[in-house]
Design a protein around this ligand. Structure first.
Ligand SMILES: [Zn+2]
Length: 244
């Protein structure tokens, strides 16, 4: 089994069938994150025919300003899904500061529900790492998954103390920060992810099918100096510890 602990099934468009076939054939346990309610419903439907896909419900920080009203309308979806995501804050790719109070409001609502219903969270932290750390401490969340971290190493170490897992994404081998993070992370906190097909295009112009997680495991195994199979098993057991 391989692990894709942060993907977006609604990003594949006409390539969806091929992506689903790869997920089945290569046995890739996949957390299908959502951007909003529509995206969650789509992913949930797909998961009915592909047991490797676990649909996660969340409002992405880029979508928060369009979805902040009547947040309790989301409670049924929050309760039924096994993990909440993609949720979080983004003070880097979202330059409009007027959107931040709504972003914070939506994120904090999901955290309060994660605490109440004991849910795993899949968290976007870009440019807001310190604040995310404060929130995680305040809500005492169970094993949050920090998605594609790129912040300060001291904050990363504090997040590790809070029990966080970290996903390593497709920029491994291309990003000095990601390689440094892999060096720091203990083996029992590492997961792998693709973040949908577009992320690899952003890194090296190639389309990113789910099989990219295998190459990510290989690159981590090189950096960490351990055998591929041993690391693959370790990442599987990390994923199983989430008890999804
Ligand atoms: Zn994402």
């Amino acid at each position: 089994m391989l692990v894709d602990a942060h993907n977006h099934m609604d990003f594949y468009g006409e390539n969806l069938k091929k992506a689903l076939d790869i997920i089945k054939k290569d046995d890739i346990k996949t957390l299908g994150c959502s951007m909003n309610l529509k995206s969650y419903i789509f992913t949930k439907k797909i998961s009915e025919e592909n047991e490797n896909i676990i649909p996660c419900f969340g409002i992405h920080p880029w979508e928060a300003h369009k979805n902040y009203g009547n947040l309790d309308r989301f409670d049924d979806c929050i309760k039924e899904c096994k993990a909440l995501g993609e949720i979080g804050l983004d003070y880097y790719w979202v330059p409009e500061r007027e959107k931040y109070p709504k972003m914070d409001m939506v994120f904090e609502y999901f955290l309060s529900r994660a605490r109440r219903y004991d849910k795993i969270t899949n968290i976007h932290t870009k440019g807001a790492e310190n604040k995310i750390l404060e929130y995680i401490k305040r809500y005492k969340l169970r094993t949050p998954i920090i998605h594609w971290y790129s912040g300060d190493m001291d904050v990363l170490k504090e997040l590790l103390k809070c029990g966080c897992f970290f996903t390593i994404s497709v920029d491994i081998g291309y990003s000095r920060i990601t390689d440094e993070i892999v060096n720091i992370l203990p083996l029992d906190r590492i997961l792998t992810e693709t973040d949908g097909p577009d992320s690899l295009e952003w890194v090296n112009k190639r389309y990113g099918y789910p099989w990219e997680v295998e190459g990510i495991v290989r690159k981590i195994s090189n950096i960490k100096g351990i055998q591929y199979e041993e690391l693959k098993n370790k990442i599987s057991s990390n994923f199983n510890r989430l008890k999804l």
